[in-house]
Ligand binder design. Sequence first.
Ligand code: HEC
Length: 154
Amino acid sequence: MKLRAVLAAAIAAALVMPAALQAQAQAYDAARARQDWVLNCMGCHTADGSGIPGKVPALRNSLGHFVSLPEGRRFVMRVPGAANSALSDAKLANVLNWLLATMNEQSRPASFKPYTAEEIAAHRRPALTDVARTRMKLVKELQENGVDAVPEHY
Ligand code: HEC
């Protein structure tokens, strides 16, 4: 019956829509991100993303500031640990979006748009060779904007 079909479609839409909207707002698969983080990033950046003093920078409460700058957004995709990881473009986007949502919820700008696989594919290569210089430039730019939360030296 026609009405039935229409009703069924309406109910299906009502059930599916919130999930779709939620996924869009969230833009990451947490379980997958955590697994990829553990296998590909955590060994150096440590479990809670606070890094190792003198060796590995924290990814907590800093990436949100970097992505507020256009060059900083590219920097995050192009640091060797991210760019050269075994992760596919989609998986790298997923991990970065998860990091930004779970470890950088304070520093992330309200206007932040999640990374997409297409964006990662377009920018991750070549990986940065002058990481320290690029980073210093970005930290200075943040300081000029009144943001002192990202340390020059880690
Ligand atoms: C072998 C150790 C290692 C692994 C594995 C690693 N990183 Fe890193 N990461 C570093 C080091 C060291 C730096 C500092 C910059 C440099 O020397 O490349 C860094 C810098 C970064 C930065 C820039 C942060 C800042 O404040 O400068 C980001 C973002 C980042 N890594 C993300 C990742 C992600 C995401 C992964 C996993 C896909 C990952 N890294 C895996 C060692 C690692």
